[in-house]
Design a protein around this ligand. Structure first.
Ligand SMILES: [Zn+2]
Length: 316
């Protein structure tokens, strides 16, 4: 009888021992997996629990790995919350923010997305011609010297001043817009349209010779960098109207009409007021760019400049 009780006790303690061991192993495994987890490593870098949550929600595993290679940045999570944040630009955002502490985070994102953390005409690239009507031409994206759009046609003097030409389907779109404006009592006219490389070169060099390079850069694009070379851009003002000069046009009813309606015909205002820092150009109330109706509506609704829209939605 005594022996039996003893044995029972041993079995009892043995079982308890095994259970304790199992629990210990489970805890150990959990502990090790926690210490080697991304969340723990992010915490070790200095990110709070809340920040870790945002980082792992907004970024994919590869991107988080890149974050782990960097130092703690107090602005990282603020950046991640920005609508137009592009991961590849992360280090440039942080540097630009450092150099421009007064700028809001969304301005930082906008500026870097359009390369404005770099000087004009530096790190330039040949634009992606495969994008057709969505090609970007600005102070960082140029057209090849020999780029010549197809289907360039002359514009009738009823719709344009002398010596204007544009792609045929852009002409059609302009005519549709012209007629719609006319019905509301506004007469539009094209002042400037397709300009080839040599034309732009002469224009730019004339400014440069007479007023210097800084002046030339402020008022004309360098050859290869003008949107007019695409055959997709039109400088539009009004005819038989009160405010028909470029200086007066921003105050005209015709400009207001174009601002509200041009997207319906496939055009966007390319250099809007207040976006000079983004586009790299002074406000040009007359310069409209054809991108097609669908895209024009999307860009119009986004409230972005073409440069910003391109960086986030087209190039990405
Ligand atoms: Zn223009």
């Amino acid at each position: 009888m005594k022996k039996k009780v003893k044995l029972k006790k041993e079995v009892k303690y043995g079982l308890m021992g095994i259970i304790v061991l199992i629990i210990a192993v489970v805890f150990l495994v959990q502990f090790i997996s926690y210490r080697t987890s991304t969340n723990y490593k992010l915490t070790e870098l200095g990110y709070s629990k809340e920040e870790v949550k945002t980082i792992t929600e907004k970024l994919n595993a590869e991107q988080v790995k890149d974050i782990l290679k960097m130092e703690y940045h107090k602005n990282l999570v603020v950046l991640l919350e920005e609508k137009y944040f592009i991961f590849d630009n992360l280090e440039r955002y942080l540097n630009y923010q450092n150099e421009n502490p007064d700028k809001s985070m969304s301005d930082v994102v906008s500026m870097v997305n359009v390369n404005r953390d770099r000087d004009y005409y530096t790190d330039t690239v040949e634009t992606d011609l495969s994008l057709g009507d969505l090609i970007l031409v600005n102070k960082y994206h140029y057209l090849p010297d020999d780029f010549t759009p197809e289907n360039i046609v002359s514009m009738n003097l009823q719709y344009a001043y002398d010596d204007n030409s544009v792609r045929d389907y852009v002409y059609d779109a302009f005519l549709e817009m012209y007629r719609a404006a006319k019905e509301e009592g506004y007469q539009l006219i094209t002042n400037s349209s397709y300009r080839d490389y040599e034309w732009q070169e002469t224009l730019y060099n004339n400014y440069k010779t007479s007023r210097g390079q800084a002046y030339a850069d402020a008022y004309a694009a360098r050859p290869g960098y003008s949107e007019h070379q695409t055959g997709l851009a039109l400088d539009i003002t009004c005819y038989n109207c009160e405010k028909n000069t470029f200086d007066e046009f921003p105050d005209s009813e015709e400009y207001q009409w174009l601002l509200k309606n041009s997207y319906k015909y496939g055009f966007i205002l390319r250099y809007p007021e207040g976006k000079e820092d983004i586009t790299g150009y002074s406000f040009e109330a007359w310069h409209f760019r054809y991108v097609g109706k669908d895209m024009a509506r999307k860009i119009y609704n986004s409230g972005l400049t073409f440069d910003e829209y391109y960086a986030y939605y087209i190039e990405k």
